[in-house]
Design a protein around this ligand. Sequence first.
Ligand SMILES: *Cc1c(COP(=O)(O)O)cnc(C)c1O
Length: 430
Amino acid sequence: MKREKSEALFEKAKKYFPGGVNSPVRAFRSVGGTPLFIQKGKGAHIWDADGNEFIDYCGSWGPLILGHANDKVVNAIKTTVENGSSFGAPTALENELAELILDNNKYIQKIRFVSSGTEAVMSAIRLARGFTKRNKILKFEGCYHGHSDSLLVKAGSGLVTFGNTSSAGVPESFVNETIVVALDNEAAVKQAFADFKDQIACVIIEPIPANNGLLLQRKEFLQFLRLICTENKTLLLFDEVISGFRVRFDGAAGYYGIQPDIITYGKIIGGGLPVGMYGASVEIMSHISPEGNVYQAGTLSGNPVAMAAGIAQLTECLKPDFYKKLEEHTQFLIKEIFKNANTPNSNLKIYSVGSIFWIAFTDKEHIRSAEEIDADSMKYFRILHKELLERGIYLGPSGYEVGFVCEAHTKEDLIATAKAFAEALEIAMR
Ligand SMILES: *Cc1c(COP(=O)(O)O)cnc(C)c1O
């Protein structure tokens, strides 16, 4: 496979950007080699600068549930941008996307659009603190909630990929307000509530943790969190930036049937353009400025072009059996992989929910917390990733990241992937 153009572009990029990239995991450091510079995408396929074609399971890390350059999304963007790209004044498109979301999600009543997942979570935390008049937050080890200061403590995603789970540049006084406990550990949560009685503003969790492997939680654990938060007048915050509109239209809240107090969204909501959102009850949201005294603003918030892309994408998601089909395709892919794989003792596991899957090498039936992941097993992923690339299959370049099946993956794509997977796996296990 030719890599010359990507290599030249990367050399140049290294002069401009730290590590040659504008977001760390893109750098391929954990899998080795040069990141591919992508030229175009259509459906489930992408092409790099050297003209190599790949079946893509990264999907821009989740947003592209319809695949690349979906005609309806592209047309919505084009017709909207022709009338201007931003006004700093309200547009009808914001109402339209809000209506589409709120009519189909009973877990939130009022929302605020922002421009990224990070911003959504950062704002939601401020809201929780403003609402409860408490400072501390409780998060879980391995859950990633974007890169705002108080949340970069024992987070997943790029941090775990590079072996440091917290970030420099975060003042200790901030870290002191963040309590971190292991997932799936009720005793630790109870202890934290006892130690910091009446001080915890919110418990924040990815209800489907998917940034540090796929750490599927027991429903009982999430129900326990709901209960202990209610008992302590602490808000329960579901960070659904990755699970929202992905496992179902109404996300993990709908999947588990649990009512959180605040929910954050991002990724899919913008149809591939930068959009985030947080939502809650009318009462809680009334604390946001200009109604309330929790300040939060954005020059490009509710950007019309991004709203139009979101409306186009979410309209497709609402069609009958959309999620059922995605899940069936994902299960088909996993079955095909195991059917083709001729590698005994590989300890290969593929955990999945809806159209999210995670490839792991372990003998555990379930992995529910970050510390259960065997860091040493990443050596297999590294080879697997490289060999899959050689065979035209693109996975996110980290064994801690999940993959996504999108609507545009055809049966042929999935079958081809399973075949390539079997070959790559055999090499990884040598
Ligand atoms: C991706 C993600 C974020 C951050 O969103 P950005 O748009 O990258 O800022 C926050 N929380 C979760 C659960 C995510 O998956």
